[in-house]
Design a protein around this ligand. Structure first.
Ligand code: G3P
Length: 215
């Protein structure tokens, strides 16, 4: 499973990229709003750090406007993927962009039916939001399972990005279901990295090693 970071913060992207496990980056308008840089400059800087798909979201509402906005973002770097919301206009834009060879990450997916339509429109990626689905009393990981069942039955080239991840169990469940990608917030990545028993084990080995006679 590929690991993306879900942030627009350059320091966090640099830090996680240094671990050697980072395959891409997803941003969204709320994440971009936390940074003090204009959007296009920020996307360009992220592309300079990570050599993988970098998702940047269009904010237009109509398909022709989405396509025009997407073309500008895609021109920033070959790795830019256009995030398009799951709407009727978004589907039209996805089809048009896919026909031009511009990769789309269809976002705000909350049902298997939406996922199927996104695949049919030619979305290269779909982003079901598991945490936000859990928040309203639904089962986000069950949604991933349903979508993976559909993808396993056909030859769509679409990859599933499990998004809106809240904790490491979401990540391991996604991997067990064969999801292609998890986009993970920085704090969850750190939780995956750390374990108290690892820290205790290191301290015990260090303490015992200090008792070993040295030449
Ligand atoms: O970037 C899309 C998605 O991962 C947002 O997550 O935490 O705002 O529900 P969240």
């Amino acid at each position: 499973m590929k690991i993306f970071i879900d942030t627009a913060n350059l320091d966090k992207i640099r830090e996680v990229n240094s671990w050697g496990i980072l395959d891409g980056v997803t941003t969204n308008p709320s994440l971009v709003a936390k940074e003090n840089t204009d959007f296009e400059t920020l996307v360009g800087e992220i592309c300079g750090i990570v050599d993988g798909p970098i998702s940047a979201e269009v904010m237009s509402v109509t398909a022709p406007e989405m396509v025009a906005e997407a073309r500008k973002l895609a021109a920033i770097n070959k790795n830019v993927v256009i995030k398009v919301p799951m709407t009727e206009e978004g589907l039209k834009a996805t089809k048009a962009l896919a026909d031009e060879g511009i990769r789309v990450n269809m976002t705000l997916v909350f049902s298997a039916a939406q996922a199927l339509l996104a695949c049919k429109a030619g979305a290269r990626y779909i982003s079901p939001f598991v945490g936000r689905f859990d928040d309203v009393g639904e089962d986000g990981m069950r949604l991933i399972s349903e979508i993976m069942d559909i993808l396993d039955s056909y030859d769509f080239e679409t990859e599933v990005i499990v998004a809106s991840i809240r904790h490491p169990i979401h990540v391991t469940q996604a991997a067990r279901m064969g999801a292609h990608i998890a986009t993970i917030p920085y704090d969850v990545l750190k939780k995956m990295f750390n374990h108290p028993l690892t820290d205790i084990g290191i301290k015990r080995f260090q303490d015992d090693w200090a008792k070993v006679p040295k030449k």
